[in-house]
Design a protein around this ligand. Structure first.
Ligand code: ASP
Length: 720
């Protein structure tokens, strides 16, 4: 009796953690929206108003902005997103003389709006399940590497075919369940995006890395941009001829905001979650991959921060990278802490034991699924053996700006010779011009002294790999000389002789064949060529892992469904999702409770006059004068700055609109609390809180500090 009741209790806990029936966990894909009982959840709009494939709905106003989320807030293509999502655009137009990072940016009229180089946006048009077609590429006797390649090729074919049929549109096939379900999305695609307004960095990143992933929070993480198309309404590259895009739908603002306990929902593009993953994956992340990345990123950040102190121009160049690495490093630290706190590996292992018992109890199940978990375990054993080597190879090719560029040039000479759908995606016809654009943007941020130090760090790591995991191209550099000396001499020589840091030279390399590149003998291209065989081997191994894991995970999902007696939602994969919840505080630790709103008072309290806690005097003056305009929260008697809610979000949800129950905009999502960094592996109502900037702050700041009344008018904000 006791055994049965503990079994039931365990099953209850297991079900509630894996299957969102007891909590509001859930990033619902479009296909699920019509299955939800929206009214009972708190929505005051119906499914058709959310998503309507045959008409106009909120989804038509939601944007995927280069990996972030954003939304249209006017009929003239005005876009609202996070400051940190627009940061590369702001940095891209910043110089020592015109320091928009420091002062903020305001285009007083349309002609002053500045090109956001490298930015594109997508708006969903339709979606369709293409699992059958994708999986039809797999033949019985294929090796895992062949399987992975066949699926990749099929997906590329579907994409190319679709884009041919719909000129100017963008097609993407998303893997919903690994090795199992694939969905084709067609998007409106816009390539001319411009910067309209951004607050100073001291507001857009108030609190910096100290406050990042934290609550209480006082960051004004918002910016305005605008979408442009050709005079004929077609997607077009940046041109002065272009005109503002008129979206099918723009989002209505609710300047009165929301209150504690109110229902809210969100539409956005969450990047990746891993909630259906195995204990082997979790353990690999916890013990192998993330600790390595944290240690490496810390080192790189400290190198770049030191360099940034040498001058404003250097600081401007290095800012996006420092920001990106610091953000990831702290996120990983949060995850590592959360994994320990929740005992995630152990818990998942117990769940897997239950699942294995279920499988073993039935002969047919045992035959079909009995081996799955052991096989997955074997793959992770092999991955661990290669882990350090793989990380070193990956970051060696990525971390030095010049080597990264040289490697891409060299690789493109090989890839571009293959048929289009057999190339690595970034070298395909549909992507190559953007790949080149990104390479030139990355060269713009090149700083030689920093690059040398980072490159040396990576070469030493590569040389110091243990056992038989050698990289011949690196051994070749060191030969029999003392390693550090040899590497120093090699670096000095390479940077002196290479021409790849010259923009025009780099542009000239794009169309060159392998043979032509060989003949030029540029130092970095020579190294890229020497590293290529090791890279190829690594890629092949990765494709084998993917092929094997896809097979196993597809079956695992099948049997898990049978075990749980129902369906569940696919992990986030950068496709549009709906999530909902309430404005709610939380308790991060014993005797501590955090309420869900912060206000201007908090900015005033935190302000030390030193970055990252230093706001412009004008903000303080407005606060002293209690000049809150019509954006005051009645009970708080102040302007709310940020808010907390229990919606289910992850990276990529940055810039997602927070809606009230009627589908009006009340905030803009930008972060999570430290405890919720673990969301990607396990969501829980008690600690999973995300953070948004309150619409009242956005409007107040844009009007009172930015003096950009025209933006408020354009958004139909009355009585200001
Ligand atoms: N600020 C976050 C990011 O870096 C958003 C999140 O992950 O919740 O993407």
């Amino acid at each position: 009796m006791k055994r049965i009741s503990s079994y039931i209790l365990f099953l209850f806990v297991f079900l509630s953690s894996c299957f969102n029936i007891f909590t509001d966990e859930g990033m619902y894909p479009l296909s699920e929206i019509y299955k939800l009982d929206l009214k009972s959840k708190g929505f005051q709009i119906n499914a058709k108003e959310l998503y309507n494939p045959d008409g106009i709905s909120l989804v038509d106003g939601i944007i995927n902005l280069s990996g972030c989320t954003a939304l249209f807030v006017s009929s003239d293509g005005l876009i609202l997103t996070n400051y940190h999502c627009a940061f590369r655009a702001i940095q891209g137009v910043t110089t020592k003389e015109r320091d928009y990072m420091h002062s903020g940016f305001l285009a007083k009229n349309r002609s002053e709006e500045l090109q956001a180089k490298g930015y594109t946006l997508r708006i969903i048009e339709s979606y369709k399940d293409v699992s059958r077609e994708v999986l039809s590429a797999v033949r019985r006797k294929m090796s895992f590497v062949e399987q992975t390649k066949a699926i990749e090729k099929k997906i590329k074919k579907i994409v190319v075919r679709t884009e041919k049929k719909h000129p100017g549109k963008r097609a993407e096939v998303a893997e919903m369940f690994k090795g199992k379900t694939y969905v084709l999305f067609i998007y409106t695609y816009i390539k001319d995006v411009r910067l309209v307004y951004s607050p100073p960095r001291s507001i857009g990143e108030f609190g910096g890395e100290i406050d990042n992933w934290m609550w209480p929070r006082h960051t004004g993480d918002f910016s305005f941009m605008r979408a442009y198309v050709s005079p004929y309404g077609k997607s077009a590259d940046y041109s002065l001829e272009n005109v503002p895009f008129h979206p099918k739908k723009y989002i209505k603002i609710a300047p009165q905001g929301v209150n504690k306990g109110d229902f809210v929902f969100m539409l956005g593009y969450p990047g990746r979650t891993y909630r259906h993953s195995t204990s082997y994956f979790f353990s690999f992340e916890e013990n192998v991959r993330m600790p390595y990345v944290v240690e490496l990123y810390k080192k790189m950040i400290s190198i770049m921060e030191k360099m940034s102190k040498k001058g404003r121009s250097i600081a401007i160049k290095l800012a996006p990278r420092i920001r990106g690495l610091s953000n990831a490093e702290k996120n990983y630290r949060g995850k590592l802490k959360g994994m320990k706190r929740l005992n995630l590996v152990k818990k998942r292992r117990e769940e897997e034991k239950m699942l294995q018992n279920f499988i073993n109890a039935d002969k047919r199940h045992k035959h079909r699924y009995g081996h799955i978990l052991n096989k997955i375990c074997d793959i992770y054993i092999e991955k661990r053996i290669y882990a350090e080597y793989d990380q070193v190879m990956k970051y060696l090719l990525r971390n030095s700006n010049l080597l990264n560029l040289a490697f891409k040039v060299y690789k493109s000479s090989i890839e571009r010779k293959k048929p289009d759908t057999e190339r690595d995606s970034v070298y395909m016809e549909r992507n190559f011009s953007r790949t080149k654009e990104f390479m030139l943007l990355s060269l713009k941020n090149f700083h030689e002294q920093t690059d040398k130090i980072i490159f040396k760090e990576m070469l030493l790591r590569a040389f110091n790999l243990r056992g038989n995991k050698r990289i011949p191209a690196v051994d070749e550099i060191v030969r029999n000389v003392e390693p550090e000396k040899a590497i120093n001499a090699y670096i000095e020589n390479s940077y002196k002789l290479t021409k790849i840091k010259n923009r025009n030279f780099l542009i000239g390399l794009f169309g060159k064949s392998k043979e032509q590149l060989d003949k030029m003998g540029d130092t970095f291209i020579v190294l890229a060529k020497n590293l290529y065989p090791a890279y190829k081997k690594l890629k092949k191994r990765e494709k084998r892992y993917k092929g094997a894991l896809d097979n196993l995970l597809a079956k695992l999902i099948d049997v898990k469904k049978q075990f749980l007696g129902g369906d569940f939602i696919p992990d986030a994969n950068s496709t549009l999702r709906l999530t909902y919840g309430r404005i709610k505080g939380y308790s991060p630790s014993d005797a501590v409770y955090f309420s869900p709103f912060t206000t201007l008072k908090g900015i005033f309290e935190k302000n030390t006059g030193e970055i990252p806690f230093s706001v412009p005097q004008k903000v303080l003056d407005l606060y002293y004068e209690k000049d809150f305009g019509c954006f005051k929260h009645k009970d708080l008697n102040d302007v709310p700055v940020a808010m907390l809610y229990d919606m289910d979000t992850t990276g990529g949800n940055s810039g997602s609109p927070v809606f009230n129950s009627k589908g009006e905009l009340v905030g803009l999502n930008f972060d999570r609390v430290f405890e919720a960094t673990i969301n990607d592996y396990a969501w829980n109502e008690s600690y999973s809180r995300s953070i948004g900037v309150d619409i009242r702050f956005i409007l107040w700041f844009t009007q009172k500090f930015g003096g950009a009344d025209y933006i408020l008018k354009e958004m139909d904000i009355k009585n200001i």
